[in-house]
Design a protein around this ligand. Structure first.
Ligand code: SIN
Length: 289
């Protein structure tokens, strides 16, 4: 289904066939958007969770400006930003790199923060000829598909989040021996934990979504690790089933904006021997409720 948005007839929002994610054309994001068009973009993003804007050859400054039109920058820890662009990360993997590609496990960005980012924006600069897809799981639809009994059991639970498995002193990056172009900052700060509701309510749509991921969720408050692993293991397998997935296949100069409040994502890799360069910003969010 393709629908022209009423107040902005030149914008066309085409939902992905799976019903999760959409493509938006008819915009030049290198220029400021009118308040009406911006509202349409935000509404499409809230409805579809992952929106792709093809053919947007944006400068870093234009990427920064569009990000700030969506909302204030988020805080990106543990990765050195680009020189002169403190709110932009370059996700760069050289053809000869053997280290695992960045973002290779399912996660919602920085969910271990007190106020994790609402949005992440990722723009493709150099796209490899094979591989490099980003997969998204729809955590709202995954929640809806649970039984009422399971929903009732999950309702009062708080999940424990931490960056420790990735950026902690004993984490994956601390133990890495292969060369990596991206400058990762391993820190004991990453070993800290905090908890969020395991099921969160989206502040715009009011929909409930599972808010856990195998990368950053390390337990459930009040439960033994064995108990938490059993429940989380079930949820991770449930939410990443094919029926909840949108696979994003990149072309050069695409901008993707996703909603970290109701999705998890994974960078698939599969492009060894080829360069991949992406530029990434985040938009601040609220404390999950
Ligand atoms: C990420 O932000 O997790 C990386 C996504 C990607 O590089 O496709």
């Amino acid at each position: 289904m393709t629908q022209a948005l009423a107040a902005a007839p030149d914008i066309v929002v085409t939902p992905q066939p799976t019903g999760f994610g959409a493509e938006i054309v008819g915009l030049d994001l290198s220029k400021p958007l009118s308040p009406q068009v911006l509202a349409q973009v935000k509404a499409a993003w809230a409805s579809h969770s992952v929106v792709a804007f093809p053919d947007q050859p944006l400068s870093l400054e234009a990427l920064e400006a569009f990000t700030q039109a969506i909302g204030p920058f988020g805080v990106d820890p543990f990765i050195a930003p680009m020189a002169g662009h403190p709110n932009v990360l370059e996700l760069r993997r050289e053809p000869d790199e053997k280290a695992t590609n960045f973002g290779a496990g399912w996660h919602s960005d920085w969910s271990f923060q007190k106020t994790p980012p609402a949005a992440t924006l990722l723009r493709s600069q150099v796209v490899p000829p094979v591989g490099g897809d980003t997969l998204f799981a729809d955590c709202s639809r995954a929640y809806d598909a649970l039984s009422d009994a399971m929903k009732a059991m999950l309702a009062p639970l708080r999940a424990v989040h931490s960056a420790t498995r990735a950026y902690g002193t004993q984490g994956v990056f601390a133990k890495e021996t292969e060369k990596r172009t991206m400058e990762i900052i391993v820190s004991s700060e990453a070993d800290k934990t905090l908890s969020h509701p395991l099921v969160r309510t989206h502040p715009v749509t009011g929909r409930k979504a599972l808010f856990v991921s195998p990368t950053y969720t390390v337990g459930i408050e009040g439960m033994t690790l064995k108990e938490a692993h059993a429940i989380l293991g079930f949820l991770f397998a449930h939410m990443t089933q094919d029926e909840f997935i949108y696979r994003h296949n990149w072309r050069k100069d695409m901008l993707l904006m996703w909603d970290n409040r109701c999705t998890v994502h994974l960078a698939e890799g599969g492009y060894d021997g080829h360069l991949r360069v992406m530029h990434r910003t985040t938009v601040a969010g609220d404390a999950p409720v």
